[in-house]
Design a protein around this ligand. Sequence first.
Ligand SMILES: [Cu+2]
Length: 305
Amino acid sequence: MFIPWMPVAASRQAGRIHFVYYFATGIAIAVFSIVVAVLAYSVLHFRVGPDDESDGPPTHGHTTLEIAWTAIPAVLVTAISIVSAVVLAQNGRAGSNPLIVKVKAVQFAWAFTYPNGKSYGSLTLPKNRPVKLEITSGDVIHSFWVPQFSQKQDAVPGQVNDLVITPDRLGTFPVVCTELCGLGHALMRSHADVVTPAKFAAFMKGGAQTGPPGLAVFQQNGCGGCHTFKPANATGTVGPDLDNLKSEAAKANRGPLTAFIHESIVDPAAYIQPGYPDAMPHVFGTQIPANQLTQLVQYLSKGAK
Ligand SMILES: [Cu+2]
Protein backbone atom coordinates (compact mmCIF):
# COMPACT_ATOMS: atom_id res chain seq x y z
CA MET A 1 0.00 0.00 0.00
CA PHE A 2 1.23 3.44 -0.93
CA ILE A 3 0.18 5.08 2.33
CA PRO A 4 0.44 2.90 5.46
CA TRP A 5 -3.15 3.34 6.61
CA MET A 6 -2.96 0.33 8.88
CA PRO A 7 -0.28 -1.54 10.82
CA VAL A 8 1.43 -4.21 8.71
CA ALA A 9 -0.61 -7.39 8.74
CA ALA A 10 1.45 -9.98 10.61
CA SER A 11 -1.09 -12.80 10.69
CA ARG A 12 -3.44 -14.49 8.24
CA GLN A 13 -6.38 -13.23 10.29
CA ALA A 14 -5.08 -9.67 10.02
CA GLY A 15 -4.77 -10.05 6.24
CA ARG A 16 -8.42 -11.08 6.02
CA ILE A 17 -9.57 -8.32 8.35
CA HIS A 18 -7.69 -5.75 6.28
CA PHE A 19 -9.44 -7.11 3.20
CA VAL A 20 -12.82 -6.45 4.86
CA TYR A 21 -11.71 -2.93 5.74
CA TYR A 22 -10.66 -2.16 2.19
CA PHE A 23 -13.74 -3.83 0.72
CA ALA A 24 -16.11 -1.74 2.86
CA THR A 25 -14.03 1.41 2.38
CA GLY A 26 -13.97 0.92 -1.39
CA ILE A 27 -17.77 0.69 -1.46
CA ALA A 28 -18.05 3.75 0.79
CA ILE A 29 -15.75 5.74 -1.50
CA ALA A 30 -17.76 4.73 -4.60
CA VAL A 31 -21.09 5.69 -2.99
CA PHE A 32 -19.67 8.95 -1.67
CA SER A 33 -18.23 9.86 -5.08
CA ILE A 34 -21.52 9.24 -6.90
CA VAL A 35 -23.58 11.17 -4.35
CA VAL A 36 -21.22 14.14 -4.35
CA ALA A 37 -21.00 14.14 -8.16
CA VAL A 38 -24.81 14.22 -8.51
CA LEU A 39 -25.01 16.90 -5.84
CA ALA A 40 -22.34 19.07 -7.46
CA TYR A 41 -23.96 18.69 -10.89
CA SER A 42 -27.38 19.66 -9.51
CA VAL A 43 -26.07 22.67 -7.64
CA LEU A 44 -24.27 24.00 -10.69
CA HIS A 45 -26.66 23.02 -13.43
CA PHE A 46 -29.98 23.91 -11.76
CA ARG A 47 -28.76 27.09 -10.14
CA VAL A 48 -31.46 29.84 -10.25
CA GLY A 49 -30.82 33.00 -12.21
CA PRO A 50 -30.16 36.22 -10.26
CA ASP A 51 -33.72 37.61 -10.57
CA ASP A 52 -35.64 34.35 -10.64
CA GLU A 53 -37.92 34.30 -7.58
CA SER A 54 -40.45 31.83 -8.94
CA ASP A 55 -41.12 28.43 -7.36
CA GLY A 56 -39.47 25.40 -8.89
CA PRO A 57 -41.60 23.07 -11.00
CA PRO A 58 -43.59 20.55 -8.90
CA THR A 59 -42.09 17.06 -9.06
CA HIS A 60 -43.50 13.75 -8.00
CA GLY A 61 -41.68 10.49 -7.23
CA HIS A 62 -39.47 8.70 -9.72
CA THR A 63 -40.16 5.00 -9.36
CA THR A 64 -37.14 3.70 -11.28
CA LEU A 65 -34.79 5.90 -9.29
CA GLU A 66 -36.38 4.90 -5.98
CA ILE A 67 -36.06 1.21 -6.77
CA ALA A 68 -32.44 1.74 -7.77
CA TRP A 69 -31.43 3.60 -4.62
CA THR A 70 -33.09 0.99 -2.47
CA ALA A 71 -31.83 -2.06 -4.32
CA ILE A 72 -28.21 -1.01 -4.81
CA PRO A 73 -27.50 -0.21 -1.12
CA ALA A 74 -29.30 -3.44 -0.11
CA VAL A 75 -27.00 -5.41 -2.40
CA LEU A 76 -23.90 -3.61 -1.10
CA VAL A 77 -24.80 -4.03 2.57
CA THR A 78 -25.55 -7.71 1.96
CA ALA A 79 -22.19 -8.12 0.24
CA ILE A 80 -20.39 -6.53 3.19
CA SER A 81 -22.28 -8.81 5.61
CA ILE A 82 -21.39 -11.92 3.65
CA VAL A 83 -17.71 -11.01 3.34
CA SER A 84 -17.56 -10.18 7.08
CA ALA A 85 -19.32 -13.40 8.07
CA VAL A 86 -16.95 -15.51 5.96
CA VAL A 87 -13.88 -13.78 7.43
CA LEU A 88 -15.24 -14.11 10.97
CA ALA A 89 -15.82 -17.83 10.48
CA GLN A 90 -12.36 -18.36 8.94
CA ASN A 91 -10.65 -16.38 11.68
CA GLY A 92 -12.30 -18.44 14.41
CA ARG A 93 -10.98 -21.70 12.99
CA ALA A 94 -7.86 -23.04 14.71
CA GLY A 95 -7.45 -26.19 12.62
CA SER A 96 -6.74 -29.61 14.06
CA ASN A 97 -3.35 -28.96 15.65
CA PRO A 98 -3.12 -25.49 17.10
CA LEU A 99 -0.46 -24.43 19.57
CA ILE A 100 -2.33 -23.64 22.77
CA VAL A 101 -0.98 -20.81 24.89
CA LYS A 102 -2.69 -19.81 28.13
CA VAL A 103 -2.73 -16.07 28.62
CA LYS A 104 -3.28 -14.58 32.05
CA ALA A 105 -3.62 -10.86 32.56
CA VAL A 106 -3.12 -9.27 35.97
CA GLN A 107 -2.67 -5.67 37.05
CA PHE A 108 -0.39 -4.87 35.20
CA ALA A 109 1.33 -7.65 33.33
CA TRP A 110 0.84 -10.58 31.00
CA ALA A 111 1.81 -14.18 31.65
CA PHE A 112 1.97 -16.66 28.75
CA THR A 113 2.01 -20.36 29.64
CA TYR A 114 3.05 -22.99 27.08
CA PRO A 115 2.05 -26.67 26.80
CA ASN A 116 5.38 -27.61 28.46
CA GLY A 117 4.21 -25.78 31.58
CA LYS A 118 6.66 -22.89 31.33
CA SER A 119 5.51 -19.31 31.71
CA TYR A 120 6.93 -16.15 30.27
CA GLY A 121 6.24 -12.45 30.46
CA SER A 122 6.30 -12.12 26.68
CA LEU A 123 4.83 -14.13 23.84
CA THR A 124 6.91 -16.23 21.44
CA LEU A 125 5.09 -17.73 18.44
CA PRO A 126 6.14 -19.86 15.49
CA LYS A 127 5.46 -18.54 12.00
CA ASN A 128 2.64 -20.16 9.99
CA ARG A 129 1.16 -22.34 12.72
CA PRO A 130 -2.29 -21.58 14.13
CA VAL A 131 -2.11 -20.54 17.76
CA LYS A 132 -5.08 -20.63 20.09
CA LEU A 133 -4.74 -18.18 22.95
CA GLU A 134 -6.88 -19.04 25.98
CA ILE A 135 -7.21 -15.69 27.66
CA THR A 136 -8.28 -15.01 31.23
CA SER A 137 -7.66 -12.53 34.02
CA GLY A 138 -6.58 -12.81 37.64
CA ASP A 139 -8.26 -9.63 38.80
CA VAL A 140 -10.14 -7.06 36.70
CA ILE A 141 -11.07 -6.97 33.01
CA HIS A 142 -8.15 -6.46 30.65
CA SER A 143 -7.97 -6.84 26.90
CA PHE A 144 -5.32 -8.47 24.73
CA TRP A 145 -4.26 -6.59 21.62
CA VAL A 146 -1.44 -6.85 19.13
CA PRO A 147 -2.11 -4.17 16.50
CA GLN A 148 -0.31 -6.15 13.77
CA PHE A 149 -2.55 -9.16 14.45
CA SER A 150 -5.63 -6.89 14.08
CA GLN A 151 -7.66 -8.60 16.79
CA LYS A 152 -8.62 -7.79 20.36
CA GLN A 153 -9.95 -10.16 23.00
CA ASP A 154 -11.12 -9.35 26.52
CA ALA A 155 -9.44 -10.99 29.51
CA VAL A 156 -12.27 -11.55 31.99
CA PRO A 157 -11.83 -13.03 35.48
CA GLY A 158 -13.47 -16.45 35.85
CA GLN A 159 -13.87 -16.90 32.12
CA VAL A 160 -11.66 -18.12 29.25
CA ASN A 161 -11.91 -16.35 25.89
CA ASP A 162 -10.22 -17.81 22.82
CA LEU A 163 -8.35 -15.98 20.12
CA VAL A 164 -6.86 -17.67 17.07
CA ILE A 165 -3.73 -16.22 15.49
CA THR A 166 -1.68 -17.61 12.62
CA PRO A 167 1.39 -15.37 12.47
CA ASP A 168 2.77 -15.08 8.95
CA ARG A 169 5.47 -12.45 9.37
CA LEU A 170 8.68 -12.68 11.40
CA GLY A 171 9.33 -9.87 13.83
CA THR A 172 8.59 -8.36 17.22
CA PHE A 173 5.24 -6.70 17.81
CA PRO A 174 3.82 -4.91 20.86
CA VAL A 175 1.29 -6.58 23.17
CA VAL A 176 -0.99 -3.91 24.59
CA CYS A 177 -3.67 -3.96 27.28
CA THR A 178 -6.55 -2.13 25.66
CA GLU A 179 -9.04 -2.02 28.54
CA LEU A 180 -8.54 0.64 31.21
CA CYS A 181 -7.64 -1.58 34.18
CA GLY A 182 -6.14 0.68 36.84
CA LEU A 183 -3.18 2.89 37.64
CA GLY A 184 -0.61 0.92 35.67
CA HIS A 185 -2.82 0.33 32.62
CA ALA A 186 -0.73 2.48 30.27
CA LEU A 187 2.33 0.46 31.25
CA MET A 188 0.69 -2.92 30.79
CA ARG A 189 2.69 -3.86 27.76
CA SER A 190 4.74 -6.76 26.56
CA HIS A 191 5.80 -8.03 23.16
CA ALA A 192 5.16 -10.91 20.78
CA ASP A 193 8.13 -12.43 18.94
CA VAL A 194 7.26 -14.35 15.79
CA VAL A 195 10.11 -16.75 15.04
CA THR A 196 10.84 -19.54 12.57
CA PRO A 197 9.50 -23.01 13.48
CA ALA A 198 13.08 -24.20 14.10
CA LYS A 199 13.76 -21.38 16.54
CA PHE A 200 10.45 -22.02 18.21
CA ALA A 201 11.29 -25.71 18.71
CA ALA A 202 14.56 -24.64 20.36
CA PHE A 203 12.68 -22.16 22.51
CA MET A 204 10.27 -24.88 23.69
CA LYS A 205 13.16 -27.19 24.56
CA GLY A 206 15.56 -24.69 26.05
CA GLY A 207 12.93 -22.89 27.97
CA ALA A 208 14.96 -19.70 27.39
CA GLN A 209 13.88 -18.51 30.81
CA THR A 210 16.85 -16.34 31.62
CA GLY A 211 17.77 -14.66 34.86
CA PRO A 212 17.20 -15.63 38.48
CA PRO A 213 13.87 -17.32 39.32
CA GLY A 214 12.56 -14.27 41.18
CA LEU A 215 12.85 -12.19 38.01
CA ALA A 216 10.17 -14.22 36.25
CA VAL A 217 7.83 -13.82 39.23
CA PHE A 218 8.54 -10.08 39.25
CA GLN A 219 7.75 -9.80 35.54
CA GLN A 220 4.72 -12.06 35.50
CA ASN A 221 3.02 -10.12 38.26
CA GLY A 222 3.59 -6.76 36.66
CA CYS A 223 5.66 -5.29 39.50
CA GLY A 224 7.72 -3.40 36.93
CA GLY A 225 4.62 -1.52 35.79
CA CYS A 226 4.69 0.44 39.04
CA HIS A 227 8.23 0.06 40.41
CA THR A 228 11.68 0.96 39.25
CA PHE A 229 14.13 -1.89 39.86
CA LYS A 230 17.41 -1.86 37.98
CA PRO A 231 18.20 -5.61 38.09
CA ALA A 232 14.89 -6.20 36.23
CA ASN A 233 15.23 -3.20 33.91
CA ALA A 234 11.95 -1.97 35.39
CA THR A 235 11.18 1.73 35.25
CA GLY A 236 7.70 2.15 36.80
CA THR A 237 7.11 5.24 38.90
CA VAL A 238 3.74 4.65 40.57
CA GLY A 239 5.37 3.06 43.64
CA PRO A 240 8.73 3.53 45.40
CA ASP A 241 12.01 2.77 43.65
CA LEU A 242 12.82 -0.76 44.83
CA ASP A 243 16.53 -0.15 44.31
CA ASN A 244 16.34 1.78 47.62
CA LEU A 245 14.62 -0.99 49.56
CA LYS A 246 17.36 -1.37 52.15
CA SER A 247 17.30 2.22 53.35
CA GLU A 248 13.52 2.30 53.16
CA ALA A 249 13.21 -0.87 55.21
CA ALA A 250 15.48 0.72 57.82
CA LYS A 251 13.32 3.86 57.86
CA ALA A 252 10.12 1.83 58.07
CA ASN A 253 11.58 -0.07 61.03
CA ARG A 254 9.36 -3.12 60.60
CA GLY A 255 11.87 -5.90 61.15
CA PRO A 256 14.54 -7.44 58.89
CA LEU A 257 14.69 -6.62 55.18
CA THR A 258 13.15 -9.87 53.94
CA ALA A 259 10.31 -9.65 56.46
CA PHE A 260 9.61 -6.08 55.36
CA ILE A 261 9.58 -7.06 51.68
CA HIS A 262 7.35 -10.04 52.36
CA GLU A 263 4.89 -7.92 54.31
CA SER A 264 4.95 -5.17 51.67
CA ILE A 265 3.90 -7.68 49.01
CA VAL A 266 1.26 -9.73 50.82
CA ASP A 267 -0.18 -6.90 52.91
CA PRO A 268 0.74 -3.58 51.28
CA ALA A 269 -1.52 -1.56 53.56
CA ALA A 270 0.30 -2.72 56.71
CA TYR A 271 2.83 0.01 56.07
CA ILE A 272 2.30 2.72 53.49
CA GLN A 273 5.50 4.32 52.32
CA PRO A 274 5.09 8.09 53.09
CA GLY A 275 4.32 10.13 49.99
CA TYR A 276 2.73 7.20 48.11
CA PRO A 277 -0.91 6.20 47.64
CA ASP A 278 -2.21 2.83 48.83
CA ALA A 279 -2.21 1.79 45.19
CA MET A 280 -0.38 -1.51 45.32
CA PRO A 281 -2.75 -4.40 44.53
CA HIS A 282 -3.79 -6.35 47.63
CA VAL A 283 -4.09 -9.64 45.75
CA PHE A 284 -0.49 -10.86 45.64
CA GLY A 285 -0.73 -12.64 49.01
CA THR A 286 -3.30 -15.04 47.58
CA GLN A 287 -2.21 -14.92 43.94
CA ILE A 288 1.50 -15.71 44.11
CA PRO A 289 2.25 -19.32 45.17
CA ALA A 290 4.36 -19.59 48.35
CA ASN A 291 7.50 -20.90 46.62
CA GLN A 292 7.41 -18.13 44.03
CA LEU A 293 6.86 -15.58 46.77
CA THR A 294 10.02 -16.78 48.52
CA GLN A 295 11.96 -16.48 45.26
CA LEU A 296 10.59 -12.98 44.73
CA VAL A 297 11.50 -11.81 48.24
CA GLN A 298 15.02 -13.26 47.88
CA TYR A 299 15.41 -11.65 44.49
CA LEU A 300 14.37 -8.21 45.74
CA SER A 301 16.48 -8.37 48.89
CA LYS A 302 19.59 -9.32 46.88
CA GLY A 303 19.09 -6.51 44.37
CA ALA A 304 18.30 -3.89 47.02
CA LYS A 305 20.85 -1.39 48.23
CU1 LIG B 1 -4.85 -4.32 31.82
